[in-house]
Design a protein around this ligand. Structure first.
Ligand SMILES: [Zn+2]
Length: 317
C-alpha cells in the first residue's frame, strides 16, 4: 500500500495545475534540446515491418518539412503527400478518445504518456499511382473536348505515368502530445495503467488548452535502402526532371525575350543561388536544379511554342 500512496502523491503533485515539479521542468528542457534543428536530432530505427527509418523529433510541422527537403536533396528523391489529417500539426480539439501510449519504435520511453492526434503520409514520387481513376477521367474529358472543338492545345505526353515504378518508400509524420504532469517516476504496468486512466479522464473532462502538454511532430523517413525499382543516387541526379521552380523561371525569362541557351543557363544559376543559401546549395550535377543545356533548350522551344499557340488562338478568336 506504501507504493500506492507514494505513487498517488507523485501523480497528485505533478498533476496540480499551478505548480510543476522540478522534475517536469527539466523534462521540458531536455525535450527542447532533443527537438533542436540540429541533425543530431535524428535517430535510426527499425520499424515493425523491418524497414530502416530515420527518425526526427520536431517542434513544428514546418521544421518537419525542412527535414524532408534536406533528405530529398541529399538523396535526389522527391515525395508527394498521399494523405494528411486536416490541420496537421495544429490539432487543438480532440474529437475522439485516443490511446495513451508510453513508447514505440520512434519514441523512447521517458516516463511521460503521450497520444497520437493526427498523421500525414508522403509517398516517394516513384511510388504507387493513387490517382489512376482521376487521370483516366481527365484523359477521357480531354479527348472529348478535342473532338468537340478545334482547339490548338498540343497533346503533350503525360510524363507523370512514367514516374510511377511502385516504389514503396514513405515518410510518416505523426503529431504527438506529451503530458509531463502525468509522468510516472518508475516504470511498471500498474503505474502506467493508473496514470493512463487518469489522463484519459482528464482529457474527457477538460479541453486540451487546460491540460499542460508538449506538442511534437515525429517524422519517420524510410532510409534510402527502402527505395526500389527506380534510378537512384548519381544516376537519379542526372535523370531527374527539373524542379517546377526552375521551369517557371525559364518561362519568365523566355517571356522577357531570353532565347539564348547559354545566357539562360547563367540566369538559372543565379536564380538557384538566390533560392538556396550557400550552405544548402545542391551539387552542380543535380539536374533538378542545374539542368543540362539540351534540357534548357527543349524547355525554351516548348515555351516558345506555347506562346505562339496562345497568339494563334487569340488571332482566330
Ligand atoms: Zn522511391
Amino acid at each position: 500500500m506504501d507504493e500506492l500512496s507514494n505513487f498517488e502523491n507523485n501523480v497528485n503533485m505533478s498533476s496540480s495545475e499551478d505548480t510543476i515539479s522540478d522534475e517536469s521542468e527539466s523534462i521540458t528542457e531536455n525535450t527542447g534540446e532533443d527537438t533542436g534543428a540540429q541533425d543530431t536530432n535524428s535517430a535510426i530505427c527499425i520499424n515493425k515491418d523491418g524497414k530502416k527509418q530515420l527518425i526526427y523529433h520536431c517542434k513544428s510541422h514546418e521544421e518537419a518539412l525542412q527535414y524532408v527537403k534536406k533528405y530529398e536533396l541529399a538523396t535526389t528523391t522527391r515525395f508527394v503527400v498521399f494523405k494528411a489529417n486536416k490541420n496537421f500539426g495544429r490539432t487543438d480539439i480532440l474529437t475522439k478518445t485516443h490511446n495513451v501510449l508510453w513508447d514505440d519504435f520512434a519514441i523512447p520511453y521517458s516516463g511521460m504518456p503521450f497520444i497520437i492526434v493526427s498523421s500525414k503520409v508522403l509517398d516517394c514520387h516513384h511510388g504507387f499511382d493513387r490517382n489512376i481513376s482521376v487521370k483516366k477521367n481527365y484523359q477521357v474529358k480531354k479527348q472529348k473536348t478535342n473532338m468537340d472543338d478545334h482547339c490548338f492545345q498540343k497533346n503533350y505526353v503525360v510524363l507523370q505515368d512514367t514516374k510511377k515504378f511502385m516504389c514503396p518508400a514513405k515518410i510518416n509524420m505523426r503529431e504527438i502530445l506529451q503530458f509531463p504532469d502525468f509522468k510516472i517516476s518508475e516504470r511498471s504496468v500498474w503505474r502506467q495503467n493508473k496514470a493512463s486512466k487518469m489522463l484519459r479522464e482528464k482529457l474527457k473532462t477538460s479541453s486540451l488548452n487546460e491540460i499542460f502538454h508538449i506538442r511534437i511532430i515525429v517524422v519517420a523517413i524510410d532510409d534510402v535502402s527502402c527505395h526500389d525499382k527506380h534510378l537512384f543516387g548519381p544516376a537519379e541526379l542526372i535523370a531527374q526532371s527539373i524542379d517546377p521552380l526552375i521551369s517557371k523561371k525559364i518561362e519568365e525569362y523566355v517571356m522577357e525575350g531570353v532565347f539564348n541557351v547559354r545566357e539562360m543557363k547563367r540566369l538559372l544559376r543565379i536564380a538557384v543561388n538566390d533560392i538556396f543559401e550557400k550552405a544548402n546549395l545542391p551539387p552542380p550535377n543535380n539536374r533538378r536544379f542545374f539542368p543540362r543545356v539540351d534540357t534548357i533548350r527543349s524547355h525554351i522551344v516548348k515555351i516558345k511554342q506555347k506562346l505562339r499557340q496562345k497568339c494563334k488562338s487569340f488571332i482566330f478568336l
